[in-house]
Design a protein around this ligand. Structure first.
Ligand code: SF4
Length: 407
């Protein structure tokens, strides 16, 4: 098919085959991709509302046995820089989030062999007891698989137990590129193959949870593999309808074993636009301003995005790899309105919660990103003694008397 016929087909809103999508992605001028993607956004969101959520991105531990070569965040078991957040620290973070109008924790972390399933269940229950209306958007598919292996229980059982403890939805992290050739090169096929990642989402959707889907591009994949990733997500969405949104971001190479160069802003905008065109069964696409910066984030709204993602209160993962953009609610709203859209707060289900909080009441400005822990804070949470450790270093920490327990 000629490029112009493929463009016409996309403009008519017809579903693209893999070959057509590849042709469009590789050959269409950027302004054409933008026009096509913006037309899809307008069809799906004619009211010109751009949403965002006030939540907090918290990484409960950086200790991880997966050791993906693109990750600058993790620390190996026994590292003096490894941490696990205590329940009290997490409560404090929730208090700060609620103070700025936040409604949810996005809770993800490393695959720590010294945190059994009961630690997660107790944490979720404790949070729900103190903050009954607060939502837990927690544990990406590889973390669910890690818990399944650690506790030797099937994935559906893990999901049911987490739901019973208070899990509300699952974030789409850990997808990287859903092609096993790529995953092998990134050393992340061990944590989850493409099929395993999709299968966790299938089980989650069947259990009634909504989830997001992501794509991290710009490592070792080809353009065709990016498209294969999108088509696999589209197929699962056809099957379950459980994804609320899609988010794509570029690989951040600094301080990683894989190293390399970061994809350009133009690559980001073209990738976002083709995702909007191909993912015809996804309602919402988020702008990834955390990796691209506020200005490209704002431009995303002309390339298919209808959501600015989360007000960033805390960030640890992307920052470890060199990116640290910060926008509080006032700044996000300014970017949305200056682009000609109406800014509204939402929850994870994309239900509108209202106008910007800072226009309704005084909220503290957050002009700097918080971190999981202050530098040099190496304390070990007291409650960890209640949970059996698997690693030798974890076991040692559990037996040392409380006052001297230090990482
Ligand atoms: S990306 Fe996640 S699973 Fe991979 S090493 Fe980093 S923390 Fe571990």
């Amino acid at each position: 098919m000629s490029l112009s016929r493929t463009i016409d087909k996309a403009a008519a809103g017809d579903r693209l085959s893999v070959d057509e999508a590849i042709e469009l992605y590789a050959q269409a001028p950027t302004h054409t991709l933008a026009r096509l993607a913006d037309a899809v956004r307008q069809r799906n969101h004619p009211e010109r509302i751009v949403t965002y959520i006030i939540d907090r991105n918290v990484n409960y531990t950086n200790v991880c046995v997966a050791r993906c070569n693109f990750c600058a965040f993790y620390r190996p078991v026994g590292s003096p820089e490894g941490y696990v957040l205590g329940f009290d620290e997490l409560f404090r973070k929730i208090d700060e989030t609620v103070a700025v109008g936040g409604v949810q924790l996005l809770l993800q972390g490393g695959h720590n062999p010294d945190l059994p399933l009961t630690w997660y269940e107790d944490l979720f229950r404790a949070i729900k007891e103190r903050y009954p209306a607060f939502k837990l958007h927690a544990l990406s598919p590889p973390e669910v698989i890690h818990l399944s292996r650690l506790s030797q229980q099937p994935v559906p059982v893990i999901i049911q137990r987490l739901i019973a403890a208070g899990l509300d939805s699952i974030p789409g992290g850990g997808a990287e590129i859903l092609v096993d050739r790529v995953r092998r090169q990134l050393h992340c096929d061990g944590k989850a193959t493409a099929d395993e990642w999709l299968d966790v989402m299938r089980h989650a959707h069947r259990a009634g949870l909504r989830t997001t889907a992501t794509m991290m591009y710009g490592t070792v994949e080809t353009d065709e593999e990016r498209l294969e990733h999108l088509l696999r997500l589209r197929a699962l969405q056809d099957e379950t309808g459980g994804f609320t949104a899609f988010i794509t971001w570029s690989y951040q190479p600094e301080h990683t074993e894989l190293a390399g160069r970061e994809a350009t802003g133009l690559d980001y905008l073209r990738t976002l636009a083709i995702a909007r065109i191909v993912l015809d069964n996804f309602d919402n696409l988020q702008a990834s301003w955390v990796t691209q910066g506020g200005k490209v984030g704002q431009l995303s709204l002309a390339y298919g995005a209808n959501d600015m993602g989360s007000v960033m209160i805390e960030e640890n993962v992307v920052r470890a790899a060199g990116a640290s953009y910060c926008m509080d609610e006032a700044e996000i709203v300014r970017n949305i309105e200056d682009a000609g859209f109406i800014a509204k707060r939402r929850n994870m289900h994309y239900e509108i919660l209202g106008d910007p909080v800072f226009r309704e009441r005084d909220v503290p400005r957050m002009l700097e990103l918080a971190t999981a822990r202050e530098d040099g804070d190496a304390h070990v949470p007291d409650e960890l003694v209640n949970y059996p450790a698997r690693s030798r270093s974890g076991k040692q920490l559990r037996v040392v008397p409380s006052p001297s327990r230090q990482h």
